[in-house]
Design a binder for this molecule. Structure first.
Ligand code: TMP
Length: 253
């Protein structure tokens, strides 16, 4: 079989040319990185879990009318997505102070914020994804004022959806990151949710115990990342179908 054309390789995913124009295949690797790839590891099964979990969240968003790049899952590690022009921003929504916000402002992690707060980082590994004000984004032409209004509306809808879904399974959505892409339909441009939504890009805390069920387990060496992500998948009823079949073979007449 001819080798597929690789379009882009990131830290956790690879994008290949898709089967039809306007599509791509998104492959989820087992690689985990933190602190701008200063810390690296291979975490068995992470790619499979994130493929499933991102499918689950993106499908739910599509169902409630929040447009995403997700088309369908292809196999354990790959999904078919719409090709988009990525806006070079990390759109971060925070409900509870944690991570870099807690550090920057000297807030105790776990402090409930007065309202969801949205912030933007400029996607540039060499610069370490610096936080940027909206004024920079517009002045440098990464997005227009109208785009920013649409991005904020999308981010808040994603936040409401994800918070509710997670609350339903006893998990507090502390914060998350999404990326937004442009798609062109005739003369029109639309913004849609792209990249991935998974425990790699969210902070998820068990409501009862406060246990971390996200990539902070890896960042802060808190135990098994696979176990944490498997727990999220289990609660959501999204288990990868790779459980060995131990039943005896049956004869088919
Ligand atoms: P932060 O508190 O480290 O700024 O992270 C905020 C949220 O964004 C958290 O849910 C983790 C997510 N995130 C990413 O998805 N990618 C990144 O590179 C970073 C730094 C954070």
């Amino acid at each position: 079989m001819a080798r597929r054309k690789k379009i882009y390789e990131g830290k956790a995913k690879i994008l290949y040319e898709g089967p039809e124009p306007g599509t791509l295949v998104q492959y989820f690797k087992d690689d985990a990185t933190a602190f701008n790839a200063e810390k690296k590891a291979t975490v068995d099964g992470k790619g499979v879990l994130n493929n499933r979990l991102s499918e689950f969240f993106m499908t739910g968003l599509n169902m409630i009318g929040v447009p995403t790049h997700f088309i369908r899952r292809i196999n354990m590690r790959e999904q078919l997505i719409r090709s988009v022009e990525i806006i070079p921003l990390e759109v971060i929504v925070r409900n509870v102070a944690a991570g870099s916000m807690a550090k920057r402002l000297g807030l105790e992690e776990g402090t409930q914020l007065p309202r969801p707060i949205i912030e933007f980082s400029y996607k540039d590994d060499a610069l370490g994804d610096p936080l940027v004000p909206e004024e920079y984004i517009i002045a440098f032409g990464w997005a227009s004022q109208q785009d920013m209004d649409d991005i904020v509306a999308l981010a808040l809808r994603v936040n409401d959806y994800l918070s509710g879904v997670m609350y339903g399974v006893g998990i507090r959505l502390v914060d998350f990151k999404i990326e937004i892409g442009r798609v062109y339909e005739g003369d029109f441009m639309r913004l849609i949710v792209a990249d991935e939504i998974s425990p790699d890009s969210c902070r998820l805390w068990d409501i009862a115990t406060g246990q971390k069920l996200d990539k902070d387990v890896f960042r802060r060496d808190l135990g098994s990342l696979t176990d944490a992500y498997t727990e999220v998948a289990r609660r959501l009823g999204v288990m990868p179908a790779n459980t060995p079949n131990t039943s005896k073979p049956t004869l088919i007449n």
